[in-house]
Design a protein around this ligand. Sequence first.
Ligand code: ZN
Length: 290
Amino acid sequence: MRIIFLFLALLVNVNAKLTVAVSYPYIASLTQSIGGDNVRVETLAQGNWDPHFVIPRPSLITKVRDADLLITNGADLEIGWLPPLLNRAANERLNQKSNLLELSKKVTLIDVPSDISRAGGDVHSEGNPHFHLDPRNIPLLADAVTIFLSQKDPSHATQYRQNLTLFKQQWSIHLKRWENQMAALRGEEIIQYHPVFNYFLRTYGLKTIGTIEPLAGIPPSSAHTMKLITLMKEKKPYMIMHDVYHPTKTGEFIADKSGVKLVLLPHDVGATSRADNLVSLFDTLIQAMR
Ligand SMILES: [Zn+2]
């Protein structure tokens, strides 16, 4: 009898889906592409929220409590909201390091401050954490997710590797297409609200000449805004790239005074209705810029 129970328990275990909690929608899109039907993905933050400041609602605590694994962006992007959520969820599985994957460890960060004085702003103390907006980083992240899922669920490792191969083949076609589409904008100068698009700009050879925030995470001030308008009148940048979650009031004022167009752009999957997966995130971004 006991053997039958053990056998049944084993069967249930083999057929059970892994529940993977992820901090942001782009990670969900990636994890679903690799994990397919073998994983259930629970996304914590929504794509149109400020990724730095997520409110730890009870529904998020439930998602963390039920998870077998956790995949995070890292580079301190979740530092203000995920640790308290993990504390309150008290999920033993997520106390084990081997059940966690921090994607920032798999890429090279840019804008790394040379000292720890926070002179570079209130956020981004480890460097710029918005690395998923370099589309060349996505295959590296896909590799990491594949290795992680395969270690945790070896019975489906072959499937995960096949999904990875297909994903990377398709991604390389998109990369070529995006490179062609962005070629005409190489060398253009732009303004951003927050340096959320720095990796994207680096990929395609564009340059930020100013941010509406005086420093990352610090709200606009009138002195900084006036300086920015003077700079923009002189340099005539191509556009103001504005995320969807900060108020556009200052950006619209600056656009009006400088004559430079302001464009609202998605920074993550789900930030706008058209950016509903990783490919359409970059498609939407690139289309809006041209
Ligand atoms: Zn940021």
